[in-house]
Design a protein around this ligand. Structure first.
Ligand code: FA5
Length: 349
């Protein structure tokens, strides 16, 4: 009788284990057939009331069936787990691919590339110079001698190094972060003879209190043309041609008399503000004009400093800020946005 009951439990349990589809179902079967409250456990508990002879017969059978059910459940669990793993590994080759976010050029790089394209199409070569410069190229070669007040116009970051400890002023040359791209003029001219037309794009640094149109780190473009008979008319033509092409429209251009030690005569070069159309806004400090850069006819003292004979050549030089042009192009009213790292700004380009 008891023997039959045990065999019945075994048959039922085997049937259920076979049909189970998940680990949860198998767990439930284990509780149902082998758990504390299971019929099987009741049988095991009642063994103590049996005669010795019956105990000898039923005891081993009950234990063997218990072990068998347990093993069947474990086997079924293994099979189910391996199926789940396979399911996880399955790749749906028809699923659409994940979109990879592509980067893009920084607005200043876009503008710089365009400026280079315009100038090279007009026959200019691109020259390069170091950002960490000596005071000879940044000042002396540009007709700004040591201790001359003109050096104050460039709020320069000087770099402390061993040379600054040398007492003799004439032997001491300071290293600095270039405050403008004009040193490239001298470097290029030392190695080349006119005629030539070059531009020198690059990063500059000034110890400035920043505001909406001033940064401590910014980019300039230097243009230098030298030959036998270059005059201010050539400069005006190149300037107008450049701005018409860059803004794809005619803009008002203004030259104001100015002073730079390395040009004589010197000009300040402005164009009408393209953010407000000349009415006055925060970009142009309410003047209607944007100061684009400085320019002038190359001072003969600079030609002399690089080894050319005085009055042998004539040329013009011109330096302007790239950020200011980009601000006009994209109607940006604060220069500090360029280096803010704010993706809401950068992602608009
Ligand atoms: C110069 O730096 C001269 N080297 C330019 C030059 C070259 C004159 C060749 C003559 C011949 P200036 O300090 O004005 O000049 O600067 C030129 C331009 O750089 C400015 O008009 C402006 O567009 C840009 N710039 C100057 N300082 C800053 C700044 N702190 N932040 C952003 N742009 C600046």
């Amino acid at each position: 009788m008891l023997e039959q009951k045990i065999l019945n439990i075994k048959t039922r349990a085997a049937g259920e284990i076979k049909k189970a589809q998940s680990e949860k179902e198998l767990f439930d079967s284990r509780v149902k057939y082998l758990g504390r409250k299971s019929g099987f456990n009741k049988i095991l508990k009642s063994l103590k009331n049996l005669s010795l002879e019956e105990k000898k017969k039923i005891g081993p059978l009950a234990n063997a069936v218990k072990k068998e059910i347990d093993e069947e459940i474990k086997k079924a669990e293994k099979i189910i787990r391996s199926k789940v793993d396979l399911e996880k590994e399955k790749i749906d080759i028809t699923a659409p691919g994940k979109k990879i976010k592509r980067g893009h050029l920084h607005p200043l790089t876009i503008v710089q590339n365009e400026i280079e394209d315009i100038f090279t199409s007009m026959g200019f070569e691109i020259a390069d110079g170091p950002e960490v410069e000596t005071e000879f190229y940044a000042f002396d070669a540009l007709n700004i001698p040591k201790n001359h007040p003109a050096r104050d116009a460039w709020d320069t970051f000087f770099i402390k190094d061993q040379r600054s400890k040398i007492k003799d002023q004439n032997l001491r040359e300071k290293i600095l972060l270039r405050p403008h791209t004009s040193p490239v003029q001298a470097r290029y001219m030392q190695k080349h003879k006119p005629p030539f037309r070059i531009i020198a794009p690059g990063r500059c640094f000034r110890n400035e209190a920043t505001d909406s149109s001033h940064e401590h780190t910014f980019n300039q473009f230097e243009a230098l043309v030298a030959g036998d008979d270059i005059n201010a008319g050539h400069f005006k033509y190149i300037g107008q041609e450049f701005f018409s092409r860059f803004f794809k429209k005619e803009l008002k251009v203004r030259l104001r008399p100015s002073f730079f030690p390395f040009t004589e005569p010197s000009f300040e070069f402005d164009i009408s503000c393209v953010v407000c159309g000349g009415k006055g806004c925060s970009t142009c400090s309410r003047t209607g004009w944007l100061e684009i850069g400085g320019a002038g006819m190359v001072n003969q003292a600079v030609f002399e400093a690089v080894g050319y004979p005085r009055n042998r050549y004539q040329g013009f030089a011109w330096g302007f800020g790239v950020e200011r042009l980009a601000m006009m192009r994209y109607k940006i009213d604060d220069i500090r946005l360029f280096y803010s790292g704010d993706l809401r700004f950068i992602d608009q380009f």
